[in-house]
Design a protein around this ligand. Structure first.
Ligand SMILES: [Zn+2]
Length: 229
């Protein structure tokens, strides 16, 4: 005999209590460190946010006054060890990262949010390198994830939207070719006033990857040819 006086149909399921506490405190990430960060691309403020969803530490590089601002220039950059650090030509991440920092400096205001734990569209470095090996056998970037029994895109942007709001942004202009990122921010309650195309000229190594992103993942890419390719 249950001790609750509520009929079965009105009692919360076990997970209901967690859902209610999440509603009462919608904090998805905590700002845990901040400091000035001079870079080759100019000076930024750096803010580390630790996500309460998964413990991952994301980094926001910010420039200018953001509090209460509309249409702030923003890049959501998914961590890419091979592209960002090693200069891999298999993707366009490293060049997109540098371009975003330059554009924010030119504008004098903006946010680059470096989303860690999003390597290989969220599958991690091991599976990403395995996916590269599969691509060298002829699979495309989508098939290579599927062949490993992994999602084509495992990323979510709830923490990102929370961090941008915590930085004071009321709406953004998003540097992105990915409609999913725009939809995710809008769904999380952060209006995207405008998409800012953010395309790097393809090279011989990443052309097929970018074509697949356009054809299968709906990325808004023009794919101009780089002189010399
Ligand atoms: Zn990359």
């Amino acid at each position: 005999m249950p001790t609750s006086s509520l009929p079965e149909s009105e009692r919360l399921p076990a997970a209901g209590a967690d859902a209610l506490s999440a509603l009462a405190d919608p904090t998805l990430a905590d700002r845990v460190a901040s400091a000035r960060l001079p870079t080759r691309h100019g000076e930024f403020m750096s803010h580390v946010y630790r996500s309460r969803l998964d413990g991952v530490e994301h980094v926001a590089l910010t420039l200018g006054d953001l509090e209460g601002q509309e249409g702030v220039l923003v890049r959501l950059h998914s961590e890419c060890l091979t592209g960002d650090i090693f200069g891999s030509l298999r993707c366009d991440c490293g060049e997109q990262l540098e371009l975003a920092l330059h554009r924010i400096q030119d504008e004098g205001r903006g946010v680059l949010l470096y989303l860690r734990g999003q390597e290989g569209r969220g599958i991690g470095i091991t599976h990403k390198i395995r996916a590269y090996a599969l691509q060298d056998q002829g699979l495309d970037t989508v098939q290579a994830n599927e062949a490993q029994g992994l999602p084509v895109d495992a990323r979510s942007y709830e923490a990102a939207a929370f961090i941008l709001r915590d930085l004071g942004l009321c709406s953004v202009r998003l540097m992105s070719n990915n409609p999913r990122k725009i939809a995710a921010l809008e769904a999380a309650g952060l209006p995207v006033l405008q998409r800012e195309a953010h395309e790097i000229a393809a090279n011989a190594e990443n052309r097929r990857y970018l074509v697949t992103k356009r054809q299968k993942l709906g990325h808004l890419l023009e794919l101009p040819r780089r002189t010399g390719d």
